[in-house]
Design a protein around this ligand. Structure first.
Ligand SMILES: Nc1nc2c(ncn2[C@@H]2O[C@H](COP(=O)(O)OP(=O)(O)OP(=O)(O)O)[C@@H](O)[C@H]2O)c(=O)[nH]1
Ligand SMILES: [Mg+2]
Length: 245
């Protein structure tokens, strides 16, 4: 592994990404992950078979939702895992950024490192205008409410397992990323960003930002999630019902 005492896992939530997932797995840097999990969220295009053929572990989660799938991935982690990388399945995140993300995490004393497409390069057409605006607004709100200067809600990120336990993430769909960042900011966890690349979707169908319905639902969900994090009293995460992964 990258550093002594660290054991990294990768979780890729996927819904109908059979044309991307195999290529994505092939492009991952070797020697970083002790466990690679593709969570198949009820795909009908053979995503699970392609991922299995690429040699990674496949977890099937029939209940739909990005957060639901991430949660199913967490439930399948090996006990020795110390940190988890999350990445989209559509080859929009650049597998070549994964190593730098993991190294940044391992070199510092971070709880959460987010890959920022705003600090890095988003290929023309990879981020819709509504998505750019949504990211800008949300990160402004987080900065204003908790004084943490995130620039993006990008899907590529690494978080310590300990932080995941403390955050006790509840969202089961598109609020997953923002809930992670808002709660981390609120709790004063050690967070940073690195610049990453972001590519246009080359294969398969868009489920979120490429459709009006998806964008509207995600936008409302994101703002609602911020509001809930702001309203909830600090320390509520550590209530006895907190889930243990
Ligand atoms: N597990 C799971 N994954 C999902 C779901 N919806 C989307 N995804 C995955 O989440 C990621 C983001 O969805 P996309 O459709 O790429 O959304 P987007 O990046 O806003 O849109 P594009 O610009 O078209 O890529 C992809 O890896 C999808 O496979 C879902 O309901 N469950
Ligand atoms: Mg995408």
């Amino acid at each position: 592994m990258l550093s002594r005492g660290e054991c990294f896992a990768l979780i890729i939530p996927a819904l109908d990404e059979a044309d991307s997932i195999g290529r994505e797995i092939d492009q991952l840097p070797p020697g970083i992950f002790a466990q690679i999990i593709v969570v198949d969220n009820g795909s009908e295009d053979g995503t699970a078979e392609v991922a299995r053929a690429a040699g990674v572990q496949v977890v099937c989660e029939p209940r739909r939702g990005y957060g639901q799938a991430c949660q199913a991935g967490l439930a399948a982690l090996q006990p020795e895992t110390t940190a988890v990388v999350f990445m989209d399945a559509d080859l929009s995140d650049d597998p070549r950024d994964v190593e730098r993300l993991a190294r940044t995490y391992a070199a510092g004393d971070w709880d959460l490192v987010v890959g920022s497409r705003v600090l890095g390069q988003a290929e023309p057409g990879s981020l819709a205008a509504v998505q750019r605006f949504g990211n800008w607004l949300t990160t402004r709100l987080i900065r204003w409410l908790w004084r943490v200067p995130f620039t993006d809600l990008g899907p590529l990120r690494i978080i310590s397992r300990q932080a995941l336990r403390r955050l006790d993430l509840r969202d089961r769909d598109f609020g997953w990323n923002v809930e992670m960042q808002a709660k981390a900011a609120r709790l004063g966890l050690r967070v940073t960003e690195i610049p990453v690349k972001y590519h246009r979707r080359m294969y398969g169908k868009s489920k979120i930002s490429g459709t009006l319905r998806g964008s509207a639902r995600a936008g409302v969900k994101i703002l609602w999630t911020i509001y809930r994090c702001w309203r909830k009293p600090p320390g509520a995460e550590n209530a006895p019902h907190a889930a243990h992964h």
